[in-house]
Ligand binder design. Structure first.
Ligand SMILES: Nc1ncnc2c1ncn2[C@@H]1O[C@H](COP(=O)(O)OP(=O)(O)O)[C@@H](O)[C@H]1O
Ligand SMILES: [Mg+2]
Length: 175
């Protein structure tokens, strides 16, 4: 049963995220279609958290991925900070991706087991132009402190040497 529904839409309050009439469908062979998300709308103000609840297979993950344009929805609008994502060129969308991130449920399988924390937390800043080694290290340590990890403790460790909770913090620091 595909999910549908409307949560608060508050146009006047400058939402960070505004999703309207989101529809996602998947082809399922032989003229069949999976109606994964059938018209959902919601928005988020700065600092708000929104939980989407529903039975298994109702389209929660698909809705989250469609917000990230992975894949883009069939129809509907996704606006982040006033930018409409569904009509951006792929180059513009690639640039915009630095501003939005997913944090997966399973932190351990989200991290490359062969990369040390120092590489994992500096990968994003490195990709987005910070090349200087000292600046990267400073930023990486700052990000770890921001999620409550002691950089000196974890800097040279591999994900397998951390607890699940510590891995999840590394994922949040990367995001
Ligand atoms: N890539 C895909 N191709 C085809 N069907 C998919 C794909 N991803 C999800 N689905 C289907 O879309 C529906 C919603 O899936 P999903 O969003 O993962 O549900 P939830 O996260 O709420 O458990 C399910 O019926 C699922 O089988
Ligand atoms: Mg899911």
């Amino acid at each position: 049963m595909a999910g549908s529904g409307v949560a608060h839409l508050r146009k006047d309050d400058k939402p960070v995220l505004s999703v309207e009439n989101l529809v996602v469908e998947f082809p399922a062979g032989r003229h069949q279609t999976v109606f994964a998300v059938s018209d959902i709308s919601f928005d988020l103000l700065p600092g708000e958290t929104l939980g989407i609840v529903g039975e298994s297979g109702c389209g929660k993950s698909t809705a989250g991925r469609a917000v990230m344009q992975l894949p883009a929805p069939k129809t509907g609008s996704v606006e982040i900070d006033g930018t409409e994502l569904t009509t951006l060129s792929s180059a513009a969308l690639r640039k915009f991706r630095a501003k939005m991130q997913m944090i997966m449920q399973d932190p351990i399988s989200s991290l490359n087991p062969r990369r040390k924390v120092k590489h994992l937390v500096t990968e994003g800043p490195r990709m987005w132009g910070r090349q200087n080694r000292e600046a990267l290290e400073k930023r990486g340590r700052e990000l770890l402190r921001a999620v409550g990890l002691d950089p000196d403790m974890v800097w040279d460790r591999l994900p397998g040497e951390l607890s699940g909770g510590q891995c999840q913090r590394v994922c949040i620091a990367r995001a």
